[in-house]
Design a binder for this molecule. Structure first.
Ligand code: GDP
Length: 443
């Protein structure tokens, strides 16, 4: 994921600090030197790094820190807060018009991910019960209109197009009218990009801007391009006064410099980050959570929200009841696996759990789709009775299941063992969490 290098370097520096009972000024200076190098290596703008380090130094060398019983932790806390501040402090939400429709303009260079973002944003808004209209104003890139139409169809959102022979300003105007006539409360306008910023592109965007008077101009930048992304943001902002930045491709192995510098250089907040090619791979940007993630403190809040919006609450409750009563069967196991899959790639989830990002490097926690497929095949090869009463699965049955699922006896044995261990654990757990609550007795 993005920030991996930076995160592991910073966590190393602070690991050393935390281990010390007392800190001297030299300890702090040494640590900050390493932080500075780590940030520069992560491609953070040098001026941003300089200011950042100066701020931390000022606070960390303060007497109360060095005298504290846990000075290392206090320093990490200061870095966490300053890192959060650097990325904008609090979450910056998408604008909402007092009188709908809210008009959002997507701008940026070609290939940054504007068209994809238009669809992702529409999907996010649909989940919040809004009715977005997508407007195709990129008449230059071959197939851009088609791409938006295909994405719109995927997410079942209407797409307004007038082909590629009409002036984009006219399309934008007609699109807005269409939204008003059809009760769409968000108008998401996909505009044309270029390989480089040029005058013609800016003029066109300015005209669309004047015509639509949008509530939000989102600049889409590719996080992979590092400092270049920040330069692009700066130029766009100077000419167009953007209201927010969306960093895409953060799922790739980017060093993270753009995420850390954009706000400080342009003054514009990052509003969303793109974390994959699919239409649901968009996350609101929370500076505090991102800072915690970089510092290895995990991001449980995002994880919980993800679970809440993707997991069927009734099913989860029923599952919990079964776990408490140790009635959990292979059918439930399969069900739970399906629910987990909805949350997205497992390694992305693990990154959000404190401490897990380090363990992930060990490799054995990686559960890939192939492995999931194998487990699912094994369970599907069981009879209903076997799924409900795994204890009846003897050697003969195991061989049959292995043959039926195209796996090996070892695979089947391993899964049954895992399942039994899990059941045992649940029994213990339900003992602890019984009617008296944690620690209460079950009787
Ligand atoms: P546009 O020219 O700005 O409209 O860019 P597109 O929306 O066509 O995106 C360019 C490429 O980047 C496409 O292949 C997208 O699938 C891909 N892409 C967009 N956003 C993301 C993202 O967040 N992560 C990844 N991995 N790929 C992305």
């Amino acid at each position: 994921m993005a920030f991996e290098g930076l995160a592991s370097r910073l966590q190393n520096v602070f690991g050393k600090l935390r281990g010390k009972g007392k800190l001297t000024e030299d300890d702090v200076n040494e640590a900050l030197r390493e932080v500075r190098l780590a940030l520069l290596e992560a491609d953070v703008n040098f001026k941003v790094v300089k200011d950042f380090i100066a701020k931390i130094k000022e606070r960390a060398i303060g007497q109360e820190v060095l005298k504290s019983f846990t000075p290392g932790m206090v320093v990490v806390d200061i870095v966490n807060k300053e890192l959060t501040e650097l990325m904008g402090g609090t979450q910056s939400k998408l604008a909402k018009a007092n009188r709908p429709p809210t008009v959002v303009l997507m701008v940026g260079l070609q290939g940054a991910g504007k068209t994809t973002l238009t669809a992702k944003l529409a999907k996010l808004l649909q989940k919040q019960n809004h009715r977005p209209l997508l407007v195709a104003c990129d008449i230059y890139r071959p197939a851009a209109i088609k791409q938006l139409e295909v994405l719109g169809e995927q997410i079942k959102a209407p797409v307004f197009t007038m082909g590629d022979q009409v002036n984009p300003v006219e399309i934008a105007k007609a699109g807005l009218q269409h939204a008003k006539d059809n009760g769409n409360d968000y108008v998401l306008v996909d505009t044309a990009g270029r390989l480089h910023i040029d005058e013609q592109l800016m003029d066109e965007l300015k005209q669309i801007n004047e015509t639509l008077n949008p509530h939000e101009i989102l600049l889409v930048v590719d996080a992979m391009t590092g400092q270049e992304a920040v330069n692009v943001a700066d130029s766009f902002h100077k000419q167009l006064t953007i209201t927010g930045v969306v960093l895409t491709k953060l799922d790739n192995d980017t060093r993270g410099g753009a995420a850390l510098s954009v706000r400080a250089v342009t003054g514009c907040p990052i509003k969303f980050v793109g974390v994959g090619e699919k239409t649901d791979a968009l996350e609101p940007f929370y500076p505090d959570r991102m800072a915690s993630r970089i510092l290895g403190m995990g991001d449980m809040l995002s994880l919980i929200e993800k679970a809440q919006s993707n997991i069927d609450a009734d099913k989860a409750k029923e599952m919990e009841r079964k776990m408490r009563n140790a009635e959990f069967t292979f059918e439930d196991f399969l069900d739970q696996m399906e629910q987990m899959k909805k949350l997205g790639p497992l390694d992305q989830l693990l990154e959000m759990i404190p401490g897990m990002n380090k363990m992930k490097g060990m490799g054995d926690l990686k559960v890939d789709d192939k492995q999931m497929g194998r487990v699912s095949a094994i369970i599907h090869s069981m009879t209903t009775e076997e799924k409900r009463k795994p204890e009846i699965i003897n050697l003969k049955r195991r061989n049959r299941i292995a043959a039926g699922s195209g796996t090996t006896l070892q695979d089947v044995n391993r899964l049954i063992k895992q399942f039994e261990d899990m059941r045992k654990m649940m029994k213990q757990f339900s003992g602890m969490m019984g009617p008296g609550g944690p620690g209460g007795s079950k009787a």
